[in-house]
Design a protein around this ligand. Structure first.
Ligand SMILES: [Zn+2]
Length: 366
């Protein structure tokens, strides 16, 4: 799996920085702060035992307490793990995060969304407890997570006019939560509003012939919103209608022919930097736009792997989500998803046919 685990969020440097000073460590002991578990350990000289900061044991006298950054240091100094808080095992927070990450993986890999009781059984707890735990850690219910994941995969949100964002907000998604980044990478979306289906909009389109076959160009009032490649115009017009199901579609007028010519020039020679810069109307989730912007930074003649691209947007473990964002690109060549290939050099996929991808890459390399 290329998705980030929730557990990894706990090994956050900020967490360790927060408890770097002794005063903060004492404060964490006083409040039995679970957030401090893993950031440091404390040991009591009189009992020769070391503990997690949140241990429920009776507080020791300050003069008898020693702090350690890691459990290994405590063990090397001769301390035994406390039988109560078990600092030799992952902390409760880590165990919970691992459980939830496992559940997320189950949801993501299942062909049909697992039921709450299935998920709870796999996690080894009651449905009620699992539901509360999942929601506390991810900010959304298991059902909302499964819905959002499915929607992001098939882009149902774009065709049904139901915003995933709304669903996440309704489910209590908290954009300032510490799982924001992980959720972003896993869901392929963030709670940033995006428009669905082009409701109430007028989109003009026209088709033309390029060296890669038929090209459909569509534009909103803001710019070019689709460049689709194919063998014949009718299929491309259907594809356009499916991508913007709620828009009003009209054929482009005579003036639109110039726009189409400019796009064909770009398709025929993506490396031609004298070609006019086309205003693009790029739509998608925040995550998709991040990926597409990164694609536009890849110069002609160069390629990246999905993993490298994921690294460039700061989500190195989100290669699968990155590949999904590439596949969802509506702006062929202008957003050069053809410049992403498998790490082993295979072409991987291309929405508009591998042969076109191969021809584009060969042309750009020459
Ligand atoms: Zn303890």
């Amino acid at each position: 799996m290329d998705t980030p685990t929730l557990a990894s969020s706990y090994n956050d440097h900020r967490l360790f920085d927060r408890f770097a000073r002794e005063a903060e460590r004492w404060a964490a002991l006083a409040t039995r702060d679970q957030a401090a578990d893993g950031a440091f350990f404390y040991a009591v000289r009189t009992t020769s035992v070391y503990c997690y900061p949140s241990c429920a044991a009776r507080p020791a006298l300050r003069e008898n307490v020693v702090f350690f950054a890691t459990r290994d240091e405590a063990v090397q100094a001769g301390f035994r793990p406390c039988k109560r808080c078990r600092p030799d095992l992952p902390s409760r927070a880590q165990r919970e995060a691992t459980l939830v990450a496992g559940a997320c993986e189950l949801i993501e890999t299942a062909s049909e969304a697992p039921s709450l009781s299935d998920l709870a059984r796999a996690a080894g707890c009651s449905p009620h407890h699992f539901h509360r735990l999942f929601k506390r850690i991810t900010g959304v219910t298991p059902k909302a997570y499964a819905d959002a994941h499915r929607q992001s995969r098939v882009q149902a949100a774009l065709t049904k006019g139901v915003s995933v964002t709304e669903a996440l907000y309704d489910a209590g998604f908290n954009s300032s939560g510490r799982f924001y980044d992980a959720t972003d990478a896993m869901l392929g979306m963030t709670p940033t509003a995006y428009r669905t289906g082009g409701a109430g909009e007028i989109i003009h389109h026209a088709t033309g012939q390029s060296s890669l076959g038929c090209v459909l160009v569509a534009a909103s009032a803001r710019g070019i919103c689709a460049i689709l490649l194919g063998d014949e115009p009718d299929a491309l017009i259907k594809d356009l209608a499916a991508r913007f199901p709620r828009a009003e579609h009209r054929p482009g007028d005579a003036g639109f022919a110039q726009t189409v010519d400019n796009v064909i020039r770009l398709v025929d020679d993506p490396a031609d930097n004298t070609a006019p810069v086309l205003p693009l109307d790029i739509r998608g989730t925040a995550f998709q736009r991040k990926v597409w912007n990164a694609l536009r930074q890849i110069p002609p003649g160069r390629t990246l792997s999905y993993t490298e691209l994921a690294g460039r947007i700061g989500a190195p473990r989100a290669a699968r989500a990155v590949a999904a964002a590439c596949a969802a690109n509506s702006l062929a060549v202008a957003v050069p998803c053809h410049r992403v290939i498998s790490a082993n050099g295979d072409l991987a996929g291309y929405r508009w046919g591998l042969e076109r991808k191969q021809r584009l890459l060969t042309r750009e390399k020459s």
